[in-house]
Design a protein around this ligand. Structure first.
Ligand code: PFF
Length: 452
């Protein structure tokens, strides 16, 4: 292994490290996000419930986990940001250019992710104060009016401020601390909501929709969506797990960490489903409502439930926490790059990158029914375009780069990952053949080059 870019490796005085549990919690915080709480329920609802959930699990196991392990291994072995780590491990500059693409992806995701994260903050406050749930309210109209106005920009700024502040405090003093406080709180809220939802009249119908598979509802499109979502949900293909991996101690087992994080993501998705579908069925809402499930459909249920403001508030708080712990992991990718590339202090990098992300995100925030909604390309507004390009084009490309790098270019990945024998061979098989082929399919399908 060549390490010809030593200047990017942290100097001994400023080594930033996670503790063991801190790393697992931070990575779970990253993977469990709006993807689990907001996107997963609505795509599961749209694509047939339980059968889709099973497909998602298969995608996590055969593509998601191998790539997650590969990303963390590259980060820890390369001891640098999402670009230089590739160069540190091979001595080949062009790998750094590929890595740069994932940093750009992270930057783009952050700018629109902060928009939805902002909505959740607004809805948390409106719920707890009782402003959201007034009798006779039309929640669809409420959301549409809110999203079309200028308040989302304010909330987006708040998200950037919180994320930037946590990042500025450092890896163990900021990211790790924030996750250590919020993730347990998150689990408690989730369990309270699950208990509430499972005890609603008619909840069983929702549980069976979510957990009793009907494979006739599956089609090739569901499979591709499940794979794309596995990427998004595990925060892959944009340097996030790589950057977090660069802060992990050599003694920590990355294989076990991968299993713990994957399981964490799955359990949270499972509980999110058990919170949402029983509520949806109990109040006669449509499970395939789409994007509006959380913001337009569920408020109808909360408004009719005893102590609905409280439960609704908890639900949106849950979404907000999920969003913030993910947002900081996304922001860390370009910040880590700026620190090593331009030798900025962490605080300076956090401020500059947060401000830039905020500015780039403003058009996304104003495009969901707002003044910029007329700007469309192929029927998609700016927000949808950013989501589409990052989730279905850039993240798969980033994932492909990681599989090819680990499977073919870097010869010592097994050693760094601590895998030998069967596990090493299985990992390599998935990285060299299964994952790249599936990713290429998703990509070609997403950009419309193949029809299924
Ligand atoms: N995994 C997050 C979610 O499910 O919401 C989203 C995400 C976080 C994507 C971090 C990418 C990332 F780097």
């Amino acid at each position: 292994m060549k390490n010809n870019q030593g200047n990017s490796a942290p100097k001994s005085k400023s080594i930033e490290r996670f503790s063991r549990s801190g790393f697992i919690l931070a990575a779970i915080g990253s993977s469990v996000g709006l993807g689990n709480m907001w996107k997963f329920p609505y795509i599961t609802g749209k694509h047939g419930g339980a059968a889709f959930f099973l497909l998602f699990i298969v995608c996590l196991i055969i593509v998601g986990l191998p790539i997650m392990l590969a990303e963390m291994t590259i980060g820890r072995g390369g001891r640098g940001n999402a670009s230089i780590s590739f160069v540190n491990l091979t001595g080949k500059k062009y790998w750094g250019a590929f890595g740069l693409l994932s940093i750009l992806t992270a930057f783009m995701i952050m700018s629109y992710y902060a928009v939805v994260a902002g909505w959740t903050l607004h809805y948390t406050i409106e719920s707890f104060t009782g402003l959201l749930f007034q009798s006779g309210s039309d929640y669809k109209a409420k959301f549409t009016t809110f999203a079309a106005g200028y308040w989302p920009i304010f909330w987006q700024a708040v998200v950037m401020l919180i994320s930037g502040w946590v990042i500025a405090k450092g890896v163990s003093g900021g990211i790790e601390k924030f996750n250590k406080i919020l993730i347990p709180g998150f689990l408690i809220i989730l369990l309270i909501l699950m208990f509430r939802s499972l005890t609603l009249p008619g909840a069983a119908e929702g549980v069976s929709f979510f957990l009793k598979p009907d494979f006739s509802k599956l089609d090739a499109e569901s499979a591709l969506i499940a794979l794309g979502h596995a990427f998004f949900s595990l925060s892959l293909g944009m340097g996030c797990m790589l950057t977090y991996g660069s802060y992990v101690d050599k003694k920590q087992s990355l294989g076990l960490a991968t299993l713990a994080i994957g399981l964490g993501d799955l359990v949270y998705a499972l509980i999110a489903g058990l919170v949402i579908f029983p509520t949806v069925f109990s109040y006669g809402l449509a499970p395939g409502e789409g994007v509006g499930l959380a913001f337009m459909a569920l408020p109808v249920a909360f408004s009719q439930m005893p102590f609905g403001s409280f439960f609704g508030g908890l639900f949106f708080l849950l979404l907000a926490i999920a969003a913030l712990t993910s947002a900081i992991s996304i922001l860390e990718v370009p910040v880590a790059y700026a620190i090593s590339k331009w030798k900025w202090s962490r605080a300076k990098a956090a401020v500059i990158v947060s401000v830039l992300c905020f500015l780039v995100g403003i058009p996304a925030g104003l495009s969901v029914g707002g003044v910029l909604s007329p700007f469309q390309l192929g029927g998609k507004g700016i927000f949808d375009l950013m989501d589409f390009i990052t989730s279905y084009v850039l993240m798969p490309i980033g994932g492909l780069i990681v599989t090819l790098f680990t499977g073919y270019a870097w010869k010592r990945a097994g050693e760094e990952a601590g895998l030998t024998g069967f596990w090493y061979r299985a990992w390599m098989f998935l990285l060299r053949f299964v994952a790249p082929i599936l990713i290429v399919f998703v990509f070609l399908y997403s950009v419309g080059l193949i029809k299924v």
